[in-house]
Design a binder for this molecule. Sequence first.
Ligand SMILES: Nc1ncnc2c1ncn2[C@@H]1O[C@H](COP(=O)(O)OP(=O)(O)O)[C@@H](O)[C@H]1O
Ligand SMILES: [Mg+2]
Length: 346
Amino acid sequence: MTGPSPAADSAAAAASDASHGFEPAGFETATTERLLASETAEASPDFEPQRRARALVEALPHIQRFSGSVVVVKYGGSAMTDPALAASFARDMVLVNAVGLRAVVVHGGGPQIGEQLARMGRQSEFRDGLRVTDAETLEVVRMVLVGKIGRDIVGAVGAGGGAAVGLSGEDAGLVKVVPRDPALGFVGDITAVDPTIIEQLLVEGTVPVVAPIGADTSGQAYNINADTMAAALAGALGAAKVVYLTDVAGLLADVSDASSLLGRATASDVEAMIVSGALSGGMIPKARACVDALSRGVGSAHILDGRIPHCVLLELFTDAGIGTMITRQDGPGPAHGQGTGQGASA
Ligand SMILES: Nc1ncnc2c1ncn2[C@@H]1O[C@H](COP(=O)(O)OP(=O)(O)O)[C@@H](O)[C@H]1O
Ligand SMILES: [Mg+2]
């Protein structure tokens, strides 16, 4: 074991318990008598041990349905910058793998790149939401994404009891690009994905942690929008789902109204929202990436609130699901949040 000290371990355990929404006090009342009573009569729906057991039972059909499937998760925003959320996310990826799904993480890093550039006295410049990337900026992008953020995620997955390998689209011919627009510098448009290296890692039970960088045929590196990268990998891997963690509840009908969350949307709803101007800023490439992933055969695309601990588990393994689920066409069943069926109608 590599834990620092027993005291630190138990403090960490207490902190992680709190962050996982369980009330440890529930166990104090878990006498055999009460356990037996709640088991036979379902008399205490809020009795903690039974609540925990029900959560596991509820997960079973989802685990069975998606066992063996690839799930690509675009990781970014608060979930990446808050240390408690980052540790909890990494452990969730370990859990997803442990129950037979195959998680692939694609990470962003815009704010961290911006901070590093600022420390070096350089300004960040964006056009249409994309970072203008000259040769020196590209060095910083690579350094921060591959050398820092990727390493941190790999370490966190390891600390959570799993195994991860960090790589970028430059590795083993994973992602080939062409320049998008000379005015943007080294910003790439993906032309081809060879997922062999990812598939090899998945066979080993390893979590691939992919930085959004690709290379042209000469080996020159290019910066890629992480949302776009996640969609391309999900398509090439035949993923069942692509899941985007962000800092809002999901797709909002009205971005200024947090209560206007759309539980479900179709690809054509999303296209219409782009055209009508209901989406702006970083939600445009994200929404386009969702539609792109669906057109490449991915089963469903999800935009989740990464500020919610365990949002990926809630989406994958509960009946209600969270955030926005985007599918090619309308599925059967009610919109999620109104009852059952999100997971069952993908
Ligand atoms: N209709 C919309 N629904 C939700 N978010 C929207 C919408 N229109 C614009 N946005 C913006 O998109 C942002 C998410 O994209 P972005 O800032 O690139 O974050 P990230 O890529 O880290 O998830 C939200 O914080 C929100 O401000
Ligand atoms: Mg973004």
